[in-house]
Design a binder for this molecule. Structure first.
Ligand code: NAD
Length: 473
């Protein structure tokens, strides 16, 4: 199957679908060739979008919660009605298998509903004969949202919904690698919300930088690399923007000595290779007891043999290409570095020939600190197996990273595993799963993995500021 999106999908600015006099190419990662162009927003167009969002803010902020919720639910219905078309675009631009793209769209609808259900009522802190003290949650104003390329629809919904349900207006920018499905969302949002409430603009990194320094944007919600996150934090200081930064991770999976390797192998495998390893909370380092290293590796390889790497549109494909050339080169360099420093390649899958950014599913042993695959975030289909003989020492190595997004402990004794998981320096710690998330569960990183959380009441609150109304009686 071959889907082509021509002409370029427009952006949404001030309630109108508009293109730009400049465009940029978007590649199909399965072929490495451009399949469409997208508008490259000019600085003037960003100004128009921010001005429209600013104009729309007072009325949207004043609208009752139920009204905002109803419109978000309507957007959810439109996404559902267009799920197949959206999924095809996600497969085309990200490369992931079509059924996984459909899961992303279904997840987006589920999350959208979850966010829309979160109301932040007034809290009465005190009410006595002397005073009444209320805590109110107020929207911030114009929110700027900047997206990554691994889940273009899901991450968009993770920002549209909490921003809008709390009464903010939005200017959102997808990744230049995957703007198409997000622009399709713009088409779906067109005519639904009051003009200026949702603006979606496409462009390169420079457009993101313009947003983060814009004086009328009050908050940036960003998902992407730690490197860019740091730059954003710096430029956001110009007007003390609020920040939610969802950055990278180097999550560990820690297997205890009481597991049955064959029982957990499938879950372990997909904890790493889901979305071709291009997940911020993928399990990027696997720690196993020395005595279980061989049976676990064998069980993982057995699962790996069944996971077909191919074009996402082909029946039976479970893992697609790496999303873009830059990332492909990075994954290859991390792999080459490990092999050059003595890592042993236990398994590499076959990949289609003839173009595209296909990298084999790769399982490595004899890996150690000092190799990039251990020290850095490897965002792709590489699984390093590290062995340990002492659990305390293993925990030190688990936590010996600048990141702190997620982590997991695998054991047949869930109580013991939970106690160990609690000692992970990470925003989420799972037992016998990796990851596990929900619209009602906060998700975020500690240390170099970011600032703040998304999802749940806690994530939604980050789109508000506290106002205390204190009345003397
Ligand atoms: P990136 O951080 O470069 O880009 C993410 C978004 O930020 C894009 O929309 C980009 O246009 C924008 N951006 C880039 N520079 C900017 C700047 N100076 N100011 C404002 N916005 C800017 O990430 P990437 O190039 O898409 O991927 C690189 C790395 O990011 C990957 O290797 C991976 O480690 C990580 N990553 C993490 C996640 C996650 O979910 N945490 C998702 C995708 C990628």
């Amino acid at each position: 199957m071959n889907v082509h999106v021509k002409p370029a999908l427009p952006m949404l600015i001030d309630g109108k679908l508009v293109s730009s006099n400049k465009t940029f190419d978007v590649d199909d990662p399965a072929t490495g060739k451009p399949f469409t162009q997208c508008p490259d927003a000019t600085r003037e167009q960003l100004e128009e979008a921010v001005a429209a969002a600013k104009r729309a803010f007072p009325a949207w902020a004043a609208a009752p919660y139920a009204e905002r919720k109803a419109l978000l639910e309507k957007l959810g219905e439109r996404i559902k009605e267009n799920a197949d078309a959206l999924a095809e675009l996600v497969t085309l631009e990200v490369g992931k298998p079509l059924d996984k793209a459909k899961q992303e769209i279904a997840g987006a609808c589920y999350w959208l509903k979850g966010f829309a259900d979160i109301e932040l009522p007034i809290e009465v802190l005190k009410d006595n004969e002397k005073q009444r003290v209320e805590l109110r949650r107020k929207p911030l104003g114009v929110v700027g949202a900047i997206l990554p390329w691994n889940y273009p629809v899901l991450t968009a919904v993770w920002k549209i919904a909490p921003a809008l349900i709390t009464g903010n207006t939005l200017v959102m920018k997808p990744s230049p690698y995957t703007p198409v499905a997000t622009l399709k969302l713009a088409e779906l949002a067109h005519g639904l919300f009051p003009d200026g409430v949702v603006n979606i603009v496409s462009g390169g990194n420079e457009l993101g930088a313009w947003m983060t320094t814009h004086p009328d944007i009050r908050k940036i919600s960003f998902t992407g690399s730690a490197e860019t996150g740091k730059k954003i934090m710096e430029s956001a200081s110009t007007n003390l923007k609020r920040l939610t930064l969802e950055l990278g991770g180097n999550d560990a999976g820690l297997v205890l000595d009481d597991v049955e390797p064959k029982k957990i192998a499938n879950d372990l495998f997909w904890s790493r290779f889901s979305n071709n390893g291009q997940v911020c909370v993928a399990m990027k380092r696997l720690f196993v007891p020395e005595k279980l290293a061989d049976p676990i590796a064998e069980a993982l390889i057995e699962v790996a043999r069944k996971a077909k790497v191919g074009n996402g549109f082909e029946e039976g494909t479970e893992i697609g290409p790496v999303q873009n050339r830059m990332q492909y080169e990075k994954v290859k360099a991390i792999f080459d570095d490990a092999v050059a420093k003595g890592a042993k390649v236990l398994y590499q899958s076959e990949v289609p020939e003839g173009g595209g950014y296909f990298f084999p599913v790769t399982i490595l042993a004899d890996v150690k600190p000092g190799m990039r695959i251990v020290d850095e975030e490897a965002f792709g289909p590489l699984l390093p197996i590290l062995t340990y003989s002492d659990l305390e020492e293993a925990l030190e190595r688990v936590n010996g990273t600048e990141y702190g997004l997620g982590g997991s402990v695998w054991s047949s004794d869930t109580g013991r595993a939970a106690e160990i998981a609690e000692r992970f320096e990470s925003g989420s710690a799972w037992v016998n799963q990796h990851p596990a998330m929900g619209p009602d569960i906060p998700f975020g990183g500690v240390k170099g993995s970011g600032i703040g959380v998304e999802c749940g009441r806690w994530g939604v609150e980050e789109y508000t500021s506290i106002q205390v109304v204190n009345v003397k009686k």
